[in-house]
Design a protein around this ligand. Sequence first.
Ligand SMILES: *[C@@H]1O[C@H](CO)[C@@H](O)[C@H](O)[C@H]1NC(C)=O
Length: 492
Amino acid sequence: MVSTALFLLAAAAGSARFAKAATPDEWRSRSIYQVLTDRFARGDGSPDAPCDTGARKYCGGNYRGLISQLDYIQGMGFDSVWISPITKQFEDDWNGAPYHGYWQTDLYALNEHFGTEEDLRALADELHARGMFLMVDVVINHNGWPGDAASIDYSQFNPFNSSDYYHPPCEINYDDQTSVEQCWLYTGANALPDLKTEDPHVSQVHNDWIADLVSKYSIDGLRIDTTKHVDKPAIGSFNDAAGVYAVGEVYHGDPAYTCPYQDWVDGVLNFPVYYPLIDAFKSPSGTMWSLVDNINKVFQTCNDPRLLGTFSENHDIPRFASYTQDLALAKNVLAFTILFDGIPIVYAGQEQQYSGDSDPYNREALWLSGFNTDAPLYKHIAACNRIRSHAVSNDDAYITTPTDIKYSDDHTLALVKGAVTTVLTNAGANAGETTVTVEATGYASGEQVTDVLSCESIAASDGGRLSVTLNQGLPRVFFPTDALAGSGLCEN
Ligand SMILES: *[C@@H]1O[C@H](CO)[C@@H](O)[C@H](O)[C@H]1NC(C)=O
C-alpha cells in the first residue's frame, strides 16, 4: 500500500511538471518581440497621438492596440510577445508615471491603463490562436511609491501592507551581494521599497500569486525583473511555482556573475554577450575579440547557454541607432541577435531604426512609425527569423547545436550553427569588397549554398571551405540551396 501511494504521488508530481504551460524546451526555438505595452499601439484609432518620451507619462498604448497589430509582429517572423508588467501601479505622475509597469502597488489588480481582464485574456487568446506565446514581465523585488522612502504609507500596498514585509531603506553597495539583494534600488522619489523575498511568507505569497496568474491569463513565459536584486532561492521557488519558462534580468556583463543564476531560473538575459556585441558593431573601429571571449566564457560557464535571451536593445539601454545610423552595422547586429544561440529578443522600434539613447528616450511610440512594413530592418528581421525557423524545422538538433566560431579577425566573425553559416562584419556601409575564407563549414565539397539576404549562391569547396565576399559592410547568411524549399526565401 505504502509503495503504491508513493508511486501515485511521484506520478502526480511528474505529470504536474509535464503539464507546464510552456516548458523551457518549448521556448528554445521561439523568437520574442518585446513591447512596452504603453508605447506599442493604441486601441482607439488615433495613430497620430503624440508621445513625448521625455515627459515620462502614459502615451495610451494598450492590449487592444497590441491585438490590432499582431500581423505586424508576426510579419517579422516573431512567434512570442513580451509585454510590460500587468499589475496595478500608483497613479501619481508628478515625478513620472509608471507607464512602464515597474512601480506596482497591488499584485491582485491590473493596470487599467492597459485594459481590462477581458482585454488581457483576449490578447492571450489571439496570440494562442496564431500559435504565438505570451511572455509577461513580473516584478517581485520591489513595489513603487510616489515619494521618498520616509513618506511611504505601507498600508496602501496589497498584499504587502506593512513595513514588516520590507527591508529597511538603504543605498546599494554593488560590491556586496547582500546589499544588492536587501537595499533599495531607489530611496528617493519615486522610492522602490524592497521586499523581504527571503521571508518564507513573502515568498509563498509571490508563489501562490504567480501560479494563479499564469493559469488565469494562460501565460506562457515570464521575464523576471531585477533578478539580481532578489535572493536566489526565492527566484528558484518562484520559477518552479510559475511552471513556465522564465528568463531573469541579471543586469551584469560578467559571465561568472550572471551564469550561476541558471541554477535558479531557466534562462537569463545575455548581458555578457550584449556589451561586447555592441562594442564590436557600433563602429568600424570596434573589434571582435571581447565578443569572442565572452561567447566562449558563456559557453563554458552557463548551464544551458541555449536558454539565454539574446538581445541588442531593450528599454533600459541606448538603442543601437543612437550609436550609429549605419544600416549595414544595424543589419549585422540583428543577424547576430537572431541567429546566435539562445532565444532572440528584439525590442519594438529596433525594426524602425529608432534612435533614442537612454531611458526614457529609448521608449518611443511605435505607432508614430505608421507600422511601416517596408522599413529595411523590418524586412531584414523577417529574413533572419525565417531562416532560423526553417533551420529548426529542417533539423531537430539545430536549436540545441552550439554555435561554432569558424573564423574571426578584428572586423569579421563567421558563425556556423547546423546548416546556417552567418558571416558578420563591422566594416560599415562605406566599405569596399573583401573576401574571407571560412573553413570546415560542414557543407559538402561542391554544395551550393545561398545567402538568404542577397539570394546570391556560391559553392563550398574541399573540406566545406567557403570563400565569402563581403561588400558594403553587409552580413551574409548561407543555407544549402537545395534545402531552401518551404522557407519563403530566395525560392525563385
Ligand atoms: C493588511 O491586510 C490584512 C488583510 O487584508 C489586514 O488584516 C491587516 O489589518 C492589514 N494591515 C495593515 C497594517 O493595514
